[in-house]
Design a protein around this ligand. Structure first.
Ligand code: PEP
Ligand code: MN
Length: 270
């Protein structure tokens, strides 16, 4: 890949990103939770459910990058305080999206991992700002970005001195309309071939359909992903955001043992 300097494998050791007790890149992690923090009850109950089912980290949006300005935009600081409460109770480290470079400084006190969303993959000032911290960053792939463009964005973060980048494949736009996006499963082994960075998969935004999450999660495990990011809501039918793709508590708790079983099997044959 032309022009890449900091993300390419060469003879570098694989990057391991430590989040709480988890060494991401070595330990397989399941990140789960609602698309958005809607209220305390919804987030705390969902946190308890995903933890009981075997999730390792809790996700929840406080600032939502909505396509329509009239859609729910997230609860901001109030949401981050709710996430902190959920962490205090469950111990699950928190992943939440940062939308604005001006929020990076103070938001670091509330989240363990910054998420940079697909729509902001090439927000270079945001990339530089999270690059100045030592916080782990999940960098989602832009929905119309090549692997090279994605890795360049990771280099913006690395170049500022933050090595803790986790890439997340979340589906790209293709001519196919049945699903919200098309999961580019090839990105997983391809990134591993090119780069030393860990790569996880988000089957929720990739498909937009709860019925497909289980198959895509298992495909990601088989392809060698280092983790999964899955949207779960305690009552999907009530979700304010991304309702169609949210797994119910039962669907999620049926899926996690399958993920763990397949991951163990894959470790045995790789
Ligand atoms: C999300 O994780 O809720 C999200 C908005 O994801 P993406 O940036 O991949 O669309
Ligand atoms: Mn979402």
């Amino acid at each position: 890949m032309n022009g890449l300097k900091l993300t390419i494998r060469n003879n570098k050791e694989k990057t391991i990103v430590q989040v709480g007790p988890y060494a991401i890149g070595k330990d397989f992690v399941i990140i789960a939770g609602p698309c958005s923090v809607e209220n305390e009850k919804q987030t705390l109950e969902t946190a308890r459910i995903v933890q009981a089912a075997g999730a390792n980290l809790l996700r929840g949006g406080a600032f939502k990058p909505r396509t329509s300005p009239y859609s729910f935009q997230g609860l901001g600081l109030k949401a981050l305080k709710i996430l902190q409460k959920a962490k205090k109770e469950t111990g699950l480290p928190i992943v939440s999206e940062v939308l604005d470079p001006r929020d990076v400084g103070w938001m670091g006190d509330y989240v363990d991992v910054f998420q940079i969303g697909a729509r902001n993959m090439q927000n270079f000032s945001l990339l530089k700002e999270v690059g100045k911290t030592k916080h782990p960053v999940i960098l989602k792939r832009g929905m119309h970005s090549t692997l090279q463009e994605w890795l360049w964005c990771a280099e913006y973060i690395l170049n500022e001195g933050n090595p803790n980048v986790i890439l997340c494949e979340r589906g790209i736009r293709t001519f196919e309309r049945y699903c919200r996006n098309t999961l580019d499963i090839t990105a997983v082994p391809a990134i591993k071939e090119i780069s030393h960075l860990p790569v996880i998969v988000d089957p929720s935004h990739a498909s937009g359909r709860a019925s497909l999450i289980s198959s895509l999660s298992l495909a990601a495990v088989a392809a060698g992903a280092d983790g999964l990011l899955i949207e779960v809501h305690y009552h999907p039918e009530e979700a304010l955001c991304d309702r169609e793709q949210a797994l119910s508590p039962q669907q999620f708790s049926e899926l996690t043992p399958k993920i763990k079983l397949l991951r163990n099997f894959m470790e045995g044959i790789l």
